[in-house]
Design a protein around this ligand. Structure first.
Ligand code: CTP
Length: 400
């Protein structure tokens, strides 16, 4: 999927608050996402950060003056017309109040009045100023005319007070900007994602499991949600928060996972099986804790149900079924067999013998293999990146 802010013209308006320095980071990160950045600073902003800093960071001339003699065109009109998005970061109480009331006594305010671009305002100020009724009324006014406000966070403020007024986290601002332009290409899809590690109990306190963290499942959930899909999660044990999705069911064993999944299986258009399901379970699960002095100790195990194979056997015509495969040898050959055996549309083959790849890590060394035997080597990439590629592949299947 195309990066949504790539080549967008973003005008970054910087006003005079201590958080102005954080805008430097914002400008760099937006550029890294492929956006073109023009910076406009108010006179007070220049007391905190110099125009030269932004000029070096963005490679573009920074605009500060309403009546710049070096400009051949009327700069506020040109900047207003050519911007897709204007982000005011940080926005002071004074700036917000002037903007909300149509005052235009500097370049940035003139641009805002003259522009039809989307506007995002990121307030940052003292907590009492932020909570002041006049400021709050002005923020409401801006929301009413379609301005998006990214609320400040609670925290220790530069002025010494603790409360709401700290500029929102820069990465959060980037995420919100990206989301704004994300095309909802999978909005008609209902996705089931399994994640994490199953546990097979021997008695109430002992179990066999694996170190799967659920990070891959979480990354997949976020990516499919971004693209507009409804996302349900059924997960074993994880180290991550999975409450952010439409529905989340926590399970222990493979049998429990199968039972939960089979109830609603038909309602999903896509099933992604990222969970690390245990292949074996104890033949007998003891109701009481086994005492250590029994001898000899013989614990019998038996094969678990293959949940993915079960789903594959019930797959309907329009359902897309994606499996994962963790291998230390013959990665491609073994993974291709799993596509056939489990009736998959494609498999994410993970070479867990590679450094930095595997359970619990933030990255995996993977290949995407489809049922036509086409192989895409992704190599060692973050789980977020892999999730994006999987969603791209799903989009491709839907377009075919
Ligand atoms: N899987 C499953 N139920 C199991 C075992 C695996 O649903 N009892 C699913 C996993 O969620 C994964 C895929 O099957 O999507 C492949 O899992 P993997 O552990 O790589 O392979 P196995 O099929 O278990 O075979 P082996 O362990 O022999 O490689």
């Amino acid at each position: 999927m195309k990066n949504s802010i790539k080549d967008k013209n973003i005008l970054l308006g910087v006003t005079g608050g201590i958080a102005a320095y954080k805008s430097c980071d914002l400008s760099r990160k937006l550029m890294k996402e492929g956006a073109k950045i023009n910076v406009v600073m108010t006179e007070n902003a220049e007391k905190f950060v110099t125009a030269l800093t932004f000029q070096y960071l963005t490679g573009n001339k920074v605009h500060t003056n309403m009546y710049d003699e070096s400009e051949s065109k009327i700069s506020h009109i040109e900047l207003a017309d050519t911007s897709d998005l204007i982000i005011i970061c940080p926005a002071t109480a004074s700036f917000i109040s002037k903007y909300a009331n149509g005052v235009a006594d500097n370049l940035l305010l003139n641009i805002l009045l003259a522009s039809k671009a989307d506007v995002i305002v990121c307030p940052a100020m003292n907590v009492n100023m932020y909570e002041n009724k006049i400021v709050q009324e002005n923020i409401k006014k801006l929301i009413k005319v379609g301005v998006q406000i990214i609320e400040p966070e609670k925290g220790e403020l530069a002025c010494g007070w603790v409360g709401k007024g700290k500029l929102a986290d820069i990465d959060l601002i980037i995420e919100i900007v990206k989301k704004k332009y994300q095309k909802k290409t999978l909005k008609n899809e209902s996705v089931l994602i399994t994640a994490g590690a199953t546990r097979e109990y021997l008695d109430p306190v002992r179990f066999i499991s694996n170190p799967s963290s659920g990070i891959m499942g979480q990354a997949l959930g976020s990516e499919f949600k971004k693209r507009g899909a409804k996302v349900d999660i059924v997960a074993g044990h994880t180290d991550v928060n999975l409450n952010l999705f439409d529905h989340y069911t926590k399970v222990d064993s493979a049998d429990e996972m199968k039972k939960i999944i089979s109830k609603k299986l038909k309602s999903y258009s896509i099933v992604i099986k990222a969970a690390a399901v245990g292949d074996f379970k104890f033949k007998n699960k003891n109701k009481n804790k086994i005492k250590k002095d029994i001898s000899p100790i013989v614990i019998e195990m038996e094969k678990n149900i293959d949940v993915l194979k079960f789903i594959g056997s019930r797959k309907t015509k329009n359902q897309i079924l994606i499996g994962f495969s963790a291998e230390t040898e013959k990665i491609l050959v073994n993974s291709k067999k799993k596509i056939e055996n489990k009736n998959l549309d494609f498999i994410v083959a993970n070479d867990i013998s590679k450094n930095g790849s595997g359970f619990g890590s933030d990255s995996n060394f993977t290949y995407l293999i489809n049922s036509k035997n086409e192989i895409k080597k992704l190599g060692l990439k973050s789980k977020k990146y892999i999730a994006e590629k999987i969603a791209d592949e799903v989009e491709k299947i839907r377009q075919d």
